[in-house]
Design a protein around this ligand. Structure first.
Ligand SMILES: Nc1ncnc2c1ncn2[C@@H]1O[C@H](COP(=O)(O)OP(=O)(O)OP(=O)(O)O)[C@@H](O)[C@H]1O
Length: 230
């Protein structure tokens, strides 16, 4: 269980997260929804140990992650899927999947990755730069699973993807969730979010102002989209 309590974060003089609390259990998908600048990416970076200006508590299965740098958190099973997707551009798909060491507790064998992501198997000899946006997103997700993550921290995985590829990312997230992986997801696409997630935290000015179930998001979709400016 990933647990965040009393989290505060800042850049210089500016506080961007205030007293944030949330949990993500194994097999659960939780989204962070909010306007641009609400603090969603900073929250993911705090959990991964990538943001120095933070106070409060982040624990995984009761273990305090506070003193641990990002690479030690990766060893415990946290997997960061950045919004810039982070593949090695000049390497092939297979190289991107096999060169990073397995650091987390539950690394996927290459065959399992290719079974879950057939599009990557088809494109296995292509350089990462030759992949479409959707394929790059698949590769970013596949890399963290291959490296052994059991908690995925995904920053806007559907951004810029066609509806077809959004559907494929949803399938994969449901599949990893069903295998017991926990997913904390920054997401602005509410239809996608309600299709994969269990709960949604609405972040405003650095605070969780509401926690919504899927049916509540669906009922209030128009209002929420207007609020988010989408
Ligand atoms: N490197 C930085 N230095 C100073 N302020 C920053 C930095 N990165 C983000 N911020 C500020 O912190 C606040 C939260 O940013 P953050 O990126 O976490 O928001 P977000 O909800 O993820 O929005 P977006 O979707 O636009 O990335 C914003 O006001 C932003 O301007």
């Amino acid at each position: 269980m990933l647990r965040v309590e009393g989290l505060r974060a800042w850049y210089g003089e500016a506080t961007v997260l205030r007293d944030v609390a949330l949990t993500v259990a194994p097999g659960e998908v939780v989204t962070l929804v909010g306007r641009n600048g609400a603090g969603k990416s900073t929250l993911l970076r705090c959990v991964m140990g990538l943001h120095p200006g933070q106070r409060g508590s982040v624990t995984l299965d009761g273990r305090d992650l506070g003193p641990l740098p990002a690479h030690r958190r990766a060893r415990l099973g946290l997997g960061w899927v950045p919004d810039d997707r982070g593949a090695y551009a000049s390497l092939t798909v297979t190289e991107n999947l096999t060169l990073p060491p397995a650091v987390g507790p539950d690394p996927w064998p290459l065959a399992k990755v290719y079974e879950a992501f057939p599009v990557l198997h088809e494109r296995r000899a292509a350089a990462a730069t030759q992949l479409s946006g959707g394929e790059q997103q698949m590769l970013a997700l596949a890399r963290v699973l291959r490296m052994g993550a059991r908690v995925l921290l995904c920053d806007e995985p559907t951004e810029g993807l066609s509806p077809l590829l959004v559907g494929q990312v949803a399938d994969i997230l449901r599949q990893v969730r069903d295998q017991g992986t926990a997913v904390l997801l920054v997401e602005q696409n509410l239809r996608f979010a309600t299709g994969v997630a269990d709960r949604h935290h609405l972040l405003a000015e650095g605070r969780v102002v509401e926690t919504l179930r899927n049916d509540e998001v669906r009922e209030r979709e128009g209002e929420l989209l207007a609020y988010l400016g989408i």
